[in-house]
Design a protein around this ligand. Structure first.
Ligand code: ZN
Length: 408
C-alpha cells in the first residue's frame, strides 16, 4: 500500500496507524504538503498528518517552557496587536515556547493550541541547552531581557526564501519588498530569519536591511488589556441597525434602530464616567454596514465589543433578554457577565447566553457579544423597553457586567 501521491494534493497517509507509526525525514514543504522519504521512496504527504520533530529526535531536550504572569493574556494568531485573539489565558498558564519575534513568543498551550503571546507577560521557567540550530530559543531568551528585537526587512521584491544558505538550497517561499522577519543571524553573505509563521529561512544579504525594532508601544497597548479594572479600557458600543435599516418594529410602531441608539448613548455616558474610552459605531440615525462595525472594533484593538439589539418573533408572546457569543474561549465570559448583570438590573426574563453565528461576532478579533434587550414584538415588553427608565437600567446592567468582567 503506497502512502504517496506523485504530486502534492493526490493522496494522504492512508491509515491512522501509518500516521502514528511513521517517522519520516521531511525533505521540503509546499503549501500544506511535506515532501518526505519513507522506506526508500519519496513523495508528498499532507502536512496536517505530520508532526515535525527536531532532528535529534528528543524535542524535550530543547524545549523552553513559560508561565503566563497576567490574567486573561491574549493568545493571538499573529505577533501583532491587530491580530485575531484566539484565546484568553488565565494567570499561571503553562506554555511551551516554540519561537520568538520582536517581543512576542509563539507558544503551544497545555491544551495544544498554538499562538502568539506578548513576551513581557510570559515568565521563562525552564531553558534547557539549545541545540546547534536552536537560535530561535536563544532569541526568545534575549527578548525577555530586552524589549527590542532585531528585524530583517527586504529591500527588493520577489526575493527567494531558502531553506539553507546558498543558491543551491531549496526555495521555500518568496518575499515582497518591505516584508519583515525576525533576524536570527548571519552566515557569510546569507541572513538567517524567522517568518511570522515561526518557520526559518535564509535570504541573500544583498536584499536585506537589518534594523533594531522597538516594541515598547506594543507592550504598552497589551498592558492596557491586562490591567484589571474598567478604567482606561477601550470599549466599542454598537447600536444595532440605523438609517435605511430600521431593524424590527413593534406593534406600537417603535423601531429597533431608535431604541438601540438611545440605549447605547446612555451606556456611552456611563462608561465615560468610569474612565472608559468609548468608541461608537454610530451616534446618529445612520446606516453602517456590518463590515464597518467590525473594522472599527478591530482597528482600535478594543478591549470589548458589545452590539445592542432588540428582539422580535411572530407570535408576539416571547419575552426576555438573551445574549450571544461566537468563540467560547474568547467571548463567552463577557456574554455571561453582561447578561446576568442586565437581568439583575432590569428584572426581565432571563433567556440565557447562546452561541450565535453572527457576522459582527464572527468577524470580530476582540472579546465580543451581542445582547437582545427584550422583545419589541411583545406589546407589553415594547411599551417597557422604549422607556428611558428601562434603558437606564439596561445600560447600568451592561456597565456593571463589564466592571465584573474586567475585575472592578
Ligand atoms: Zn437587531
Amino acid at each position: 500500500m503506497s502512502i504517496f501521491g506523485k504530486l502534492p494534493g493526490c493522496r494522504q497517509l492512508s491509515s491512522a496507524k501509518e500516521r502514528k507509526a511513521a517517522v519520516l525525514p521531511i525533505i521540503k514543504e509546499q503549501q500544506g504538503w511535506d515532501y518526505i522519504e519513507y522506506e526508500g521512496k519519496k513523495g508528498w504527504a499532507s502536512a496536517k498528518y505530520i508532526d515535525i520533530n527536531n532532528k535529534n529526535g528528543d524535542s524535550q531536550q530543547n524545549q523552553t517552557n513559560g508561565t503566563t504572569v497576567a490574567v486573561n493574556l491574549r493568545l493571538r494568531a499573529l505577533p501583532n496587536l491587530q491580530s485575531n485573539v484566539l484565546n484568553l489565558l488565565p494567570y499561571n498558564s503553562k506554555v511551551t515556547i516554540l519561537s520568538s519575534q520582536s517581543g512576542w513568543y509563539y507558544v503551544k498551550t497545555a491544551q495544544g493550541q498554538k499562538g502568539w503571546l506578548s513576551a513581557q507577560f510570559v515568565k521563562v521557567s525552564q531553558v534547557r541547552e539549545a541545540q546547534a540550530k536552536g537560535e530561535a530559543v536563544q532569541n526568545s531568551k534575549k527578548s525577555t531581557q530586552d524589549d527590542s528585537g532585531t528585524e530583517a526587512v527586504l529591500t527588493g521584491g520577489g526575493v527567494n526564501l531558502r531553506e539553507a544558505p546558498g543558491l543551491s538550497a531549496a526555495v521555500i517561499g518568496e518575499g515582497e519588498k518591505g516584508s519583515r522577519f525576525t533576524y536570527l543571524g548571519r552566515q557569510g553573505t546569507w541572513i538567517h530569519v524567522q517568518q511570522a509563521n515561526g518557520k526559518q529561512a535564509w535570504i541573500a544579504a544583498d536584499y536585506v536591511s537589518v534594523t533594531k525594532k522597538n516594541s515598547a508601544k506594543s507592550a504598552a497597548t497589551e498592558d492596557r488589556h491586562l490591567k484589571p479594572g474598567l478604567k482606561g479600557k477601550t470599549i466599542v458600543i454598537d447600536p444595532g441597525h440605523g438609517g435605511k435599516d430600521d431593524g424590527t418594529t413593534g406593534p406600537g410602531d417603535h423601531m429597533e434602530k431608535t431604541n438601540t441608539l438611545s440605549t447605547a448613548l446612555i451606556v456611552k455616558q456611563k462608561l465615560e464616567e468610569s474612565g472608559v474610552h468609548v468608541v461608537m459605531t454610530r451616534t446618529s440615525d445612520r446606516f453602517i454596514p456590518l463590515s464597518d462595525r467590525t473594522r472599527i472594533s478591530n482597528s482600535d484593538d478594543a478591549d470589548a465589543y458589545i452590539s445592542i439589539h432588540f428582539n422580535s418573533e411572530s407570535t408576539g408572546t416571547s419575552k426576555g433578554i438573551m445574549s450571544f457569543y461566537y468563540q467560547q474561549q474568547k467571548d463567552k465570559q463577557l456574554a455571561n457577565s453582561v447578561q446576568s448583570s442586565v437581568i439583575k438590573e432590569t428584572g426581565l426574563t432571563n433567556r440565557g447566553v447562546h452561541f450565535g453565528n453572527l457576522f459582527v461576532l464572527r468577524n470580530n478579533n476582540q472579546p465580543c457579544m451581542l445582547i437582545e434587550l427584550g422583545f419589541l414584538s411583545n406589546k407589553q415588553e415594547e411599551k417597557m423597553v422604549m422607556t428611558k427608565a428601562y434603558q437606564e437600567n439596561a445600560a447600568e446592567g451592561i456597565v456593571n457586567g463589564l466592571k465584573e468582567y474586567f475585575g472592578g
